[in-house]
Design a protein around this ligand. Structure first.
Ligand SMILES: Cc1cc2nc3c(=O)[nH]c(=O)nc-3n(C[C@H](O)[C@H](O)[C@H](O)COP(=O)(O)O)c2cc1C
Length: 176
């Protein structure tokens, strides 16, 4: 069974890091299935039964996105609102995500040392992704530790980005 990557980047062609990560993932179709929300749904009209079937067919699901305003890009938020429905994901008969593993792979523009209580951001990454962790708990799934590359706006060199692509794949394989 492959790992499902829900990739949400509003402008992947202009991306440096997510595009490089996607290139690495696409070399391993036996291990990962890459599902690009902005490509699949340019009109934002999400096919909910199709998405739910896709999720049901995978045990490890990774949400990959650039951090925008300390959160997900908006189509991923809409996707969660639409797809994680009552009676399917939660509620007395909603158990379809129970026991699955959910992970986050983020590119973060700012430097790592700023994501500390005493840093310029004032919050850690774990604090910022608390809504994701709470959502995983709500649907009975396990939230994996996040994977991230920092300095993704300017600081990260090509070598560091290439290295992060390799480490991203290792993160996926280690957690399945
Ligand atoms: C609308 C917008 C909001 C952003 N918000 C943040 C932010 O809250 N924190 C941060 O560290 N970087 C932020 N950034 C920088 C992005 O995280 C960074 O450009 C991205 O991760 C780079 O990945 P890419 O090369 O795949 O696009 C933001 C960028 C944009 C365009």
């Amino acid at each position: 069974m492959t790992t499902l990557i829900i990739l949400a980047h509003p402008d992947i062609e202009a991306s440096r890091v997510n595009r490089r990560w996607r290139q690495e993932l696409l070399l391993h179709p036996e291990d990962v299935t890459v599902h690009e929300l902005y490509k699949e749904y340019p009109d934002w009209n999400i096919d909910v039964p199709r998405e739910q079937r896709l999720l049901e067919a995978h045990d490890l699901i990774i949400f990959q996105f650039p951090l925008y305003w300390y959160s997900y890009p908006p189509l991923l938020k809409k996707w969660l609102d639409d797809v994680f429905t009552h009676g399917w994901a939660y509620g007395s008969s909603g158990n379809k995500l129970q026991g699955k593993k959910l992970g986050i792979a983020m590119t973060i523009g700012d430097k790592k040392e700023n994501y500390l209580p005493a840093g310029s951001v004032s919050f850690t990454v774990d604090e910022i992704i608390a809504p994701f962790q709470a959502s995983a708990i709500h649907v009975g799934a396990a939230a994996l530790p996040y994977f991230a590359v920092f300095g993704a706006s300017f600081q990260a060199s090509d070598d560091e980005i290439n290295q992060s692509a390799v480490e991203y794949l290792e993160y996926i394989l280690r957690n399945r």
